[in-house]
Design a protein around this ligand. Structure first.
Ligand code: PLP
Length: 354
């Protein structure tokens, strides 16, 4: 029997998605592929609230984190870091030969717009990276406030929405995000292997003046093919078939507002549960509606909890990175329902004797 995943990616995939994915294979230079690809793009623009250019790439999300800095950093990048994934983006930036500084915040804290403002005011930077929901700590950054700051400077604003897109609203155009990227295996609840980003006209124009963009992740190569309604390489066709189905479900069946509300309710329920029995890392204002990071776990035998949950048909998420030993996480994203979450937390209560 399959186990229910309560980890922050990959998420459980619906039967409907699997059925859509089992459609016959098609050629990636044919009309059917173009139709599939363009339908996905049309609905992705709705999901992301953007008129920007959309690229669909056969890769994990990390590939597009690399692509974003590779195509957009000309002078120097300011990487905002407040957890494992945002810190990693700094590493990725440097590993691609770009000049970069890490603006560090405590793990569990949200990045402060004032501090970012102060750093950008030095004029050293032409790019700012931010992780929307930091999956290691369950912190969702105050995106609107930080976007306002970024808008005051001549910087490319790059946002990792990997664990929020599809669960928390990200209004790309209103926020002025130059590159907004995510993978599909988290709140989008598709099998892993596809990454998506929106790219602003300003970022595309800037990319032309940047050397060594590579080939596989070169936005301008993607753009050239997009203009012919194609992709440079073979797409992840089956996942795209699942994506087309899932976008229709999200937009036309569940409804985006309902989906965001379902995630909010799961987040609130999980945090109330955590506060009552243990603790929760972020302040309520910055707590993510897709993943919660539970603290005060010192008295708990995590390995035993993990095993007992597995025996009851669940996949448990330990802590991540340098706070792995002091925390565990509960993912409430994708197709997960409030009732399923309640059941899972009830089982944890039983195991831990709460
Ligand atoms: C999962 C995750 C990533 C990495 O995603 P991959 O698809 O495994 O490359 C990056 N950033 C955040 C915030 C994540 O949650």
């Amino acid at each position: 029997m399959s186990k229910k995943l309560f980890i922050p990616g990959p998420s459980d995939v619906s039967q409907g998605v699997f059925e859509a994915m089992s459609a016959p294979m098609i050629g990636h230079r044919g009309r059917e592929y173009t139709q599939l690809f363009m339908e996905c793009i049309q609905n992705l623009k709705k999901l992301m609230f953007t008129e920007n250019t959309i690229f669909i790439v056969p890769s994990s999300s990390t590939g597009l984190m690399e692509a974003a800095v590779r195509n957009c950093v000309k002078k120097k990048c300011l990487n905002v870091g407040n957890g494992a994934f945002s810190d990693r983006w700094h590493q990725i930036t440097k590993d691609n030969g770009k000049k970069a500084d890490l603006l560090s915040f405590e793990w569990g804290e949200a990045p402060l717009p004032e501090t970012i403002d102060e750093r950008l005011s030095s004029g050293e930077y032409d790019t700012l990276t931010l992780v929307h929901t930091e999956t290691s700590t369950g912190v969702t950054a105050p995106l609107e406030d930080i976007a306002k700051v970024a808008g005051d400077y001549d910087v490319s604003f790059l946002v990792d929405a990997v664990s929020s897109m599809g669960g928390i609203k990200v209004d790309v155009d209103k926020l002025g995000i130059d590159v907004c990227l995510f993978g599909v295996q988290k709140a989008m609840a598709l099998p892993a292997g596809l990454a998506i980003c929106s790219v602003s006209d300003a970022a595309l124009k800037k990319a032309k003046s940047i050397e060594n963009r590579g080939y596989y992740f070169d936005f301008l190569v993607y753009l050239k093919y997009l203009n012919k309604k194609q992709t440079p390489t073979t797409g992840a066709i089956s996942i795209m078939q699942g994506l087309r189905y899932q976008l229709d479900q999200i937009i036309n069946h569940e409804g985006m507002d309902n989906r965001f509300l379902r995630h909010r309710k799961m987040g609130e329920y999980c945090r109330a549960w955590a506060r009552k029995n243990l603790g929760i890392l972020p302040k309520e204002r910055f707590a993510s509606d897709t993943v919660s990071c539970v603290t005060k776990t010192a008295g708990i035998d995590i390995a035993d909890l993990d095993l007992k949950l597995e025996q009851r048909g669940y996949v448990f998420a330990k802590g991540y990175g340098k706070i792995a030993d002091q925390t565990f996480r509960v993912a409430h994203m994708g197709e997960r329902t409030l009732d399923e979450l309640k059941q899972y937390l009830y089982v944890i209560d039983e195991i831990l004797g709460f």
